[in-house]
Design a protein around this ligand. Sequence first.
Ligand code: SER
Length: 600
Amino acid sequence: MTSSEIRRKYLEFFKARGHEIIPSAPLVLAEDPTTLFTSSGMQPLIPYLLGEPHPSGSKRLVDSQPSLRLGDVEEVGDNRHTTFFEMLGNWSLGDYFKVEQLPWFLEFLTKELGLDKARLWVSVFEGDKSTGVPRDEESLAVWQKLGISKERIFFYDVKKNWWSRSGEPSLMPTGEIGGPDSEVFYEFTEVHHDPKFGQECHPNCDCGRFLEIGNSVFIQYQKQADGSLKELPQKNVDFGGGLERLSAAISNDPDIFLIDLFWPLIKSLEKLSGKSYGQDPETTRAMRIIADHLRAAIMIARDSILPSNKAQGYVLRRLLRRAFLFTKKLNFETGGDYFPGFISILADSYDDIFPDLKEKKVQIADAFQEEADRFDKVLKSGIKEIDKTSRIDAQTAFYLLESFGLPFEITEEIARERGQVIKKEDFQKEIEKHQVLSRQGAENLFRGGLADQSYEVTKLHTATHLLHEALRRVLGSHVRQEGSNITAERLRFDFRQPTKLTAEELKKTADLVNEQIAKQLEVTETVQDLSQALASGARAFFREKYPEKVKVYSIGDFSREICGGPHVASTKELGRFRIIKEEAVAQGIRRIKAILENGG
Ligand code: SER
């Protein structure tokens, strides 16, 4: 069964059970300030899981969502991790619940995909004292009734069987939704590429015997400002299953790179390099990394992103350069027909859902070739620089990254060839020392996925709204947001203003923000028609990009802005606001950097 067939069968199966097939969201989210990429099917559906009616009018939705997860990019190279993947998803917006969802998924796996029920294991939430969420006896009963024997049902805690975008309850920021989940695992009896078989093996063991193929999340809680969880007015189901993993389960081989969405790419790498996949671990790893990273890069570029040093463009650059590095390890060059050939193979595999890939081939291939050439130059000057030093250490690696853009992996590789070792931890320390991580928001997101959704960032995001309004009140209505960038340490706000701010104006602005914090203003969120929001005076930017329905965040009566969130529940959480820098960034545009101290 091809991956396209699995996708089609899935959509049809749930359509036949009253679900509306909805179009997937783009991979690159221009409107969402909290993440760079869509990383799950539920992400674009959060307002509807919170109770807003879905525009389709249906309470049952199904789709296939292109997704990107960068959290475990370093693990790519084994037989199962990928950055880009397609997530098959179905949702109940306060409609059906566990008793319908679990049997449907099992029926889909066994009847539609023909998977052997005897190879399926499941996990269920064991309960959590600190939040008071009970053990999921209901799911246990459903699985048993469906004929899954007790020995194949495992209970796990919040670390494994709780899902929210940020992870377990203690990591969820105020306002985030989540809940306990129940996962299904496929057991490969013949472990093809990873013969380790742990004695204490269980579904969440990483030995390669099991692969998670689907996750039903029962989204029914929302995190409160006091740290507790509150039941949502509606109980939702949020199911997600990786298409590539389902495909691997059907072929009964745990190596994802053997499925039809990857194998032609691997084949082309075999041809170009004259080496065989599986001939030795290094070659296999290199081919998997190239295939994964280039596929992800093509999907990002499909959304009109070019390699750059900013946000999504930076991630694209990192993925490409890492792929180029491993291409060099396989000893072939990236010129000629390499990129067009690779994109054509992918376009064929995705012809039914991404027909535009064919049209974008030349444009994407040109951009990749340009980046490959740029990378070669970086590499040459970096190597020249390395030749000047006798010892390559973490400091050198950092200098080469900062001054020449030479990725750590490459410096590390060159050092290794010269019999020297650079420890990753030392390099990491070097980065932290220079605060590159906090200056470079994209780097944060690249490493830690949702790192940017931390409570610190959320607080600074609310503070940014206060600052914006305060500036307008102190300086005048010509003030307009031109840019905003938030890290866990500070906010940075660029705005239109012809002259440098005086000490008095800066003080007035900071005082005004601190007054609002002292007033303990409530932050509220409403969803409105764009026209209604604009008419009510909510601040808006980039007006033309807004959808018809928008979220408006109000902070007491002080500020109203159209914004994607998230925000804290009350300004009392913010502590003390302090401006640490004011400077010019361009003609007529000033920049303020500010921090929060002693926050809640
Ligand atoms: N949101 C869950 C996940 O991403 C299930 O859809 O795993």
